[in-house]
Design a protein around this ligand. Structure first.
Ligand SMILES: [Zn+2]
Length: 460
């Protein structure tokens, strides 16, 4: 769908008029310290859910509820808010996702402003959750307000789903989907919890890596023996595990496990200096792998050892370790199934058992990667909306990590088109101290989302 200049201008004027109220509502949300981490007072998360419910009642959605489902441990999950206007005959349904919980503020001394007192400095609004993800929520609210202010029904069914435990790993989300599947069913899902490429350049997040992990154990002796009496003809389990782990990468640092493939190169790259700075790479340390840095982060597999069970240095004695284990974590690109990746890793580990050591694999967690179809009606509507709002086309970006609830959503609604959008930019510092949102960009996100809702209706 093409948006005519007059239509875009009228909607932009409406968003500009509404924006002071949108910003004020965002500030009120930031003042609620809705940290979902278990060590924090969960009463604030409940207050935040009620505030979100009030905002959604205000946009005229007839159904608004605060709902909870059980976590796997039986405890109640955090309160989520669902607001809906069901689709009329022949209309598609769009699910708008955001989360109202936030990360802990961390060390207050590292903040230049109070994390829970929203503070505007120039074009940026600082505060915990100002970007992640209370601004994502306000993008949904603002878009619906702008369309309503023009007397427009979006021409789609709308469900707004605002989770309260995303920053805690969405522990009750799978159960929530099972309990409320009918409420959340949608044709298009807009997840406003990612980032744009930079101020002035929008982005669609079209790939997220998945995850496979597990524990590899190397056993070589029945019991520990004296390293002087027995060392030499037999290598200890720590050395053998190190040799086994070393086979997971080639000399350039690329993953060397047959069957773990790359998903091609992204259209934009990450500057090496930025990567070094952001990842705090020490001077003199060379980067691993080949190809673009963005590709190494988003579309290629990565393997890390995230824990080792071995004798600690404090408890070291002159013995040969009989046994050693490592937790291995594999990030998998879109296009690779988690089970296939795990099978490939396990086969590699068993085939490379050093000196015939006993190598066993204990499976851990699996999470699916996400790759948006390059050309779907929803994607075309999103590109047109973003292009009109920013005056420049969005770039496709990836995220190296996974967003667990997206995998759950895709499992529940495999036919839905998932659009991953966001309000952040590289200076937003989500999760860190001095988090902020760029208000000029937030205004464009609101406009883009209103255009997107119109566009999806136009494609139906
Ligand atoms: Zn978030």
């Amino acid at each position: 769908m093409n948006h005519t200049e007059t239509d875009v201008a009228a909607l932009r004027a409406r968003v500009d008029e509404l924006f002071p109220a949108i910003q004020a509502d965002l500030e009120a949300l930031v003042r609620i310290p809705s940290v979902s981490a278990a060590a924090f007072d969960q009463a604030h998360v409940a207050v935040s859910a009620e505030a979100v419910a009030d905002l959604l009642r205000g946009v005229g959605l007839p159904y608004v509820r605060v709902l909870r489902s059980a976590r796997p441990d039986g405890e109640p999950g955090a309160p989520a808010v669902v607001a809906r206007r069901p689709a009329r005959e022949g209309e598609p349904t769009v699910l708008l996702y955001a989360h109202h919980d936030v990360q802990p503020p961390g060390d207050a001394a590292t903040w230049e402003t109070d994390p829970f007192e929203p503070t505007q400095v120039g074009e940026r609004l600082f505060g915990r959750g100002a970007a992640d993800d209370k601004a994502g929520l306000m993008a949904h609210v603002g878009a619906l307000r702008a369309l309503t202010a023009l007397g427009e029904e979006p021409g789609v069914g709308v469900t707004v789903f605002v989770e309260g435990e995303e920053e805690a790993g969405s522990p009750s989300f799978a159960q929530f989907l099972a309990d409320h599947r009918d409420l959340l069913a949608a044709d298009v899902i807009v997840v406003a919890d990612s980032t744009n490429w930079k101020v002035g350049v929008p982005a669609l997040t079209t790939s997220l890596r998945g995850l496979v992990d597990g524990v590899v154990t190397v056993e070589v002796l029945d019991h520990a023996v004296h390293s002087g009496m027995f060392g030499g003809p037999v290598l200890d389990a720590n050395v053998l595990l190190a040799r086994l782990v070393a086979t997971l990468h080639d000399d350039a640092g690329n993953v060397a496990v047959a069957g773990l493939a790359s998903a091609g190169e992204p259209e934009v790259d990450y500057a090496e200096a930025d990567f070094r700075g952001d990842a705090s790479v020490l001077d003199g340390v060379e980067l691993a792998g080949t190809g673009t840095i963005a590709g190494r982060l988003w579309t290629k597999p990565a393997i890390a050892v995230i824990g080792i069970d071995a004798t600690s240095v404090a408890h070291a004695s002159n013995t040969l370790a009989p046994r050693c284990a490592a937790k291995v974590s594999v990030r998998i690109p879109p296009g690779t199934e988690p089970q296939a990746a795990e099978d490939a890793l396990r086969a590699h580990l068993e085939a490379h058992a050093p000196f015939g050591a006993r190598v066993t694999w204990t499976p851990g967690e699996q999470g699916r990667a996400f790759g948006a179809p390059a050309d779907s009606a929803a994607m075309r509507a999103a590109r047109a909306a973003f292009s009109a709002a920013w005056g420049t086309a969005p770039v496709d970006i990836g995220v190296g990590g996974s967003i667990p609830f997206i995998a759950d959503l895709l499992e529940a609604f495999p036919q839905a088109a998932v659009l991953v959008t966001g309000v952040e930019d590289p200076d937003s510092r989500a999760h860190g101290p001095n988090e902020s949102v760029h208000l000029g960009e937030l205004r464009k996100v609101v406009l883009a989302e209103a255009l997107l809702l119109r566009g999806v209706a136009g494609e139906a």
